[in-house]
Design a protein around this ligand. Structure first.
Ligand SMILES: *Cc1c(COP(=O)(O)O)cnc(C)c1O
Length: 254
């Protein structure tokens, strides 16, 4: 191919992907809108968090041009590489969310790029993330504490991530007192095979209880491609959507 033909092929591919993401985005925003109307909520009380894991930085750049500013990632190394690539393009105002399981030894790295972490589920992880946040603040890698959502287990099965509901209050106290962290709300993933309505109803109850002690922890991260309507009905303020926006992931075990 000549250089000219190559450039034309690249811009054609970009136009095709832009049209695809734009169409999916409109459909998704309409779904969220309908879900809000169905349950009597104002549309602006629910935010869409595009989940861009396994998709390239170029997709994030397209979504940025389409007006999106928040993005969710689930693996530290992949996210850090994307953040670095996009920093060179100087896209303004991006807020990155870490939504995947986080190992303590990655907490320091995550604190350099994540505005919000959705998956804090243990005192040890909270301690490591607080230390990472303070180091990142000190180094000028961030200007504000890390917003923290506590991931709660809806079946109290510790093997799949999430703090057991009985340990939630103590973890919330710890995060609220940590200078590098800002307790912002709850996150959950319904247990495999569970009925999402029942799971999200339980999450809503736990959130109401948390709000009694921590009235600023208003964020409720719940709902994905397949169950966002149910999550919105039960009070979700942010829905984390991958597949319905980006298309099928090359690998689905994340
Ligand atoms: C991948 C992922 C999502 C997005 O799931 P989809 O079903 O593709 O919309 C949401 N939340 C978490 C924690 C994820 O890892």
């Amino acid at each position: 191919m000549t250089a000219g033909a190559e450039t034309a092929a690249v811009s054609r591919a970009l136009a095709v992907r832009t049209a695809e993401l734009s169409g999916n985005l409109s459909g998704l925003l309409a779904r969220i809108d309908a879900a809000c109307r169905g349950t009597g909520r104002a549309a602006e009380t629910v935010r869409l968090l595009p989940v861009t894991k396994f998709f390239p930085a170029s997709d994030v750049a397209i979504l940025h041009r389409l007006g999106r500013r928040e993005f969710g990632e689930s693996r530290e190394q992949e996210a850090a590489a994307k953040v670095a690539a996009l920093r060179e393009e100087d896209l303004s105002g991006i807020r990155w969310h870490m939504i995947g399981r986080l190992q303590r030894n990655k907490a320091r790295a995550v604190a350099r790029w994540a505005q919000t972490v959705h998956s804090v589920d243990s005192e040890r992880l909270a301690t490591a993330l607080d230390a990472g946040a303070l180091a990142a603040l000190e180094a000028g890698d961030r200007t504000e504490p890390v917003r923290v959502l506590l991931q709660v287990s809806l079946d109290d099965d510790p093997s799949r991530g999430g703090v057991a509901s009985g340990d939630l209050a103590a973890l919330a106290e710890q995060v609220a007192a940590a200078p590098g962290l800002c307790l912002s709300g709850l996150m959950a993933i319904p247990p495999l095979g569970a009925e999402s309505d029942a799971a999200f109803a339980r999450l809503a109850t736990l959130h109401t209880r948390l709000l009694a002690d921590h009235p600023d922890a208003t964020e409720l991260s719940a709902g994905m491609s397949g169950d966002l309507e149910s999550a919105i009905e039960h009070g979700a303020t942010v829905v984390r959507v991958g597949t319905a926006l980006m298309g099928a992931r090359p690998i689905t075990s994340a």
